[in-house]
Design a protein around this ligand. Structure first.
Ligand SMILES: [Zn+2]
Length: 266
C-alpha cells in the first residue's frame, strides 16, 4: 500500500509501479464498459492525498503527465497550477475523508447498473462473483440533498454533495475499522461508486457489480420467481472473491496491452 504518514504531494513521488497500475486500471475499466469518455478511477497516496487523472477519457490516460495529486481535505489539487480536473472529484475526496481504509474508488455511469438506481427493485447479490454486494445495494438520491437554490445537474460537484454520497456507504464498519459498511452505492439516474482497499479489488468489484446487474435483470425478464442470495450466501461468496482477486488482473492487463487503443507509457 502506498499509504504512509508522509503526504505524497507530487506525481514524481509516486512509485512507477503504482502509476502503471493506475493507468492499467483506467484502461481495464474502459475495456469492460464501466467508463466511456466519463467516469473515473482514483487511488489514495497517503492519509491526506490521492491520485486521479486530469480531465480526460480514462481510455486515453497514458503517462504521468496525465495525473494530478489532490487533497483529501477539499478535493482541490495540491498544485494550484495543475491541469483541469474532473468536476466530480469530490466523490473521491469525501470517501477518502470518511473511510481511512478505502484506498481506491471508481465512479461509473454503467448502463447495466443505472436501471437499479431508478427502480424499486434493489440490486442484490445473485451471482457468486458478486457476493460483496450483499442483499441490498443502497441508492443515494441527490434529490434529498438539493436546496431550492441548487443547480440540479445531478453532478457531485462540491464537498457538500460528496459528503452526503459518502454517508450513503453506510458509515465505518464494526470494530472501528475505516472501511464502509457497503462497498458499492448506486446514484439515482447517474451511476455508482465502488470502493476497495486497492486498485485491483475496486476494478474487480466494478466489473462484477455490472455483471451481477446483468444477471439479475436477465432473470427478472424471464418472468418467474427470482431467488437471490441470502445474507450468508452473499457474505461467504464475497469472502471467496476477495481471496481470489489476484487471479484475473494479469488477464485483464494483457487484454488492454493487446489493444492498440490503450497506451501505458509510465
Ligand atoms: Zn458522474
Amino acid at each position: 500500500m502506498p499509504d504512509s504518514d508522509t503526504p505524497v504531494t507530487k506525481v514524481s513521488q509516486v512509485s512507477p509501479d503504482l502509476i502503471r497500475k493506475y493507468i492499467d486500471g483506467c484502461h481495464i475499466l474502459h475495456y469492460y464498459d464501466l467508463v466511456d469518455a466519463y467516469g473515473h478511477l482514483s487511488v489514495r497516496l497517503s492519509p491526506s492525498t490521492f491520485l486521479m487523472s486530469r480531465y480526460m477519457a480514462p481510455a486515453l490516460v497514458a503517462w504521468p503527465e496525465d495525473l494530478v495529486v489532490y487533497k483529501v481535505e477539499d478535493g482541490e489539487p495540491v498544485d494550484p497550477n495543475a491541469p483541469r480536473g474532473f468536476s466530480e472529484r469530490f466523490i473521491h475526496s469525501e470517501i477518502y475523508k470518511a473511510y481511512p481504509d478505502v484506498h481506491a474508488t471508481v465512479h461509473s455511469h454503467s448502463l447495466t447498473v443505472i436501471p437499479f438506481s431508478i427502480s424499486s427493485q434493489p440490486l442484490s447479490a445473485c451471482f457468486h462473483m458478486a457476493g460483496f454486494l450483499g442483499c441490498r445495494v443502497p441508492v443515494w438520491d441527490m434529490d434529498t440533498v438539493y436546496t431550492d437554490d441548487d443547480h440540479r445537474s445531478m453532478l457531485v460537484s462540491s464537498t457538500r454533495f460528496g459528503m452526503s454520497l459518502a454517508q450513503a456507504l453506510g458509515g465505518a464498519g464494526e470494530g472501528g475499522r475505516g472501511e464502509p459498511r457497503y462497498p458499492v452505492v448506486l446514484m439515482r439516474g447517474h451511476g455508482m461508486v465502488v470502493t476497495a482497499d486497492r486498485i485491483e479489488m475496486v476494478v474487480l468489484r466494478s466489473i462484477y457489480t455490472a455483471q451481477n446487474a446483468r444477471v439479475q435483470q436477465s432473470a427478472i425478464g424471464l418472468g418467474g420467481a427470482v431467488k437471490l442470495f441470502t445474507e450468508k450466501e452473499a457474505r461467504d461468496t464475497g469472502g471467496t472473491t476477495a481471496q481470489g482477486a489476484v487471479k484475473p488482473w494479469p488477464l485483464w492487463k494483457r487484454e488492454v496491452e493487446n489493444s492498440t487503443l490503450y497506451q501505458n507509457l509510465a
